[in-house]
Design a protein. Structure first.
Length: 402
């Protein structure tokens, strides 16, 4: 692999010029928060400056077109219509608004995977403790992804929801979301997809995936601002879901004893929001679309595959990724060196990574007997040279320094 991947349509020099911090350090923490491109940063700064000059409400009114563009931009990116999009302050809250709008009763079943993220699983447990519903885990197949055949065999009249994390927080796995969506559609079961790590990293089309609800964030692979995210709800599902909370944006107070809820996905929003972040999110979606996820997605996967290969020959390193399809997240451990120490040692060398403790994906990591992992997550603006530097730095911090 080389940095000429898709060179006819992908200009690595231009992309890195839009990301000037790349010159100062190696950023392999894109699954945490990627580096925003200059157009996103400039759009947000410009709006904050406008608020300072003329006032927040007045700036919002003046920039209404840019705010509304965000709905169009996200809709284009994931292949839906603007009225199916709600802009919400983060992916967790977006996911919550969809999940807690479902109505579960005793005996209902939620099907999910072994690699579910802690925030989602805690929500499952809270709901099941309250109403007597049940969470069932779909087993993994031999590659480590959700077993599609096993899922089909678990479908019965009790299943109320299939909820899946498309790209789990660690492990490199890409779950077979489209195959899951096909099963969900064939049985008429709602499908909630957590696409927090996949939007901006992989091509994502809601019709191809067959999901009824999808949540995502701005700060990860989409390269948008922190404190931004969105929820997609298929038009046919919107009026079936009453949001767990409403305000005067999501609903209208019609008389002393009644109200009416919006008919579009904005019923899941609330009135107050970070307008600069909302505008920045739209710019990030446009930026991703202009580069084309069909081009950037394979580049990310190629870079990650190269990183896995390089790490696998470093003494003492174990790469813990699995899956029939793998993504830009590379998870590893270093023998006799705690993950936190690896992170700190790399930070001293101006390399950013993160640590995934077992509690984030408790079932998966407990079953694999992994207490914590170093997570190195690459983006399309990273390079093969940075991977070489990274692996040399990991080797330098092995106990022997060999």
């Amino acid at each position: 692999m080389s940095d000429s991947i898709a060179s006819k349509v992908f200009d690595i020099e231009a992309v890195r010029a839009d990301t000037p911090a790349c010159a100062n350090f190696i950023h392999f923490n894109n699954a945490g928060a990627s580096l925003a491109p200059q157009p996103v940063v400039e759009a947000m700064i410009a709006h904050l400056a406008l608020e300072a000059r003329i006032g927040g409400y007045e700036a919002q009114a003046l920039e209404d077109g840019k705010i509304e563009n965000t709905y169009d931009s996200i809709a284009r990116l994931i292949g839906c219509r603007r009225h199916e999009i709600a802009i919400i302050e983060n992916a967790t809250r977006a996911w919550d608004m969809a999940f807690y709008a479902m109505r579960f009763s005793a005996g209902d079943v939620i099907l999910t995977s072994t690699a579910e993220y802690a925030s989602n699983f805690i929500a499952y447990l809270q709901v099941t403790k309250k109403c007597g519903a049940e969470v069932r885990l779909v087993p993994d197949d031999g590659a480590g992804q959700l077993d599609v055949e096993a899922l089909e065999g678990m479908m019965d009249g009790r299943v109320k929801l299939i909820a899946l994390t498309h790209v789990p927080t660690n492990g490199g796995l890409v779950n077979p979301a489209a195959a899951v969506g096909h099963i969900a559609r064939s049985h008429g079961i709602p499908f909630l997809l957590d696409a927090c790590q996949s939007v901006g990293q992989l091509p994502v089309n809601v019709d191809d995936l067959g999901c009824d609800m999808l949540s995502a964030t701005g700060r990860k692979y989409l390269r948008g601002p922190r404190g931004s995210g969105f929820l997609y709800v298929r038009e046919s599902m919107i009026e079936q879901l009453e949001p767990p909370m409403l305000d005067l944006h999501a609903a209208t107070w019609t008389d002393e004893g009644d109200f009416s809820i919006r008919t579009d996905a904005r019923r899941f929003e609330n009135w107050e929001c970070n307008v600069a972040a909302k505008i920045g999110l739209g710019v990030a979606a446009d930026y991703a679309q202009a580069l084309d996820p069909a081009v950037t997605g394979p580049r990310i996967q190629c870079l990650a595959a190269h990183l896995r290969d390089c790490l696998s020959i470093v003494p003492g390193v174990t790469v813990h990724d699995r899956g029939a399809e793998m993504c830009g997240i590379v998870s590893f451990s270093l023998k006799d060196v705690a993950a936190d120490r690896v992170k700190a040692a790399l930070a001293a060398r101006k390399i950013n990574v993160s640590v995934s403790p077992a509690a984030w994906t408790l079932i998966d990591m407990t079953r694999r007997q992994i207490p914590s992992l170093v997570r190195a997550s690459v983006h399309y603006y990273n390079t093969e040279y940075e991977i070489t530097q990274f692996c040399a730095s990991v080797q330098a911090i092995t106990p022997t320094g060999a």
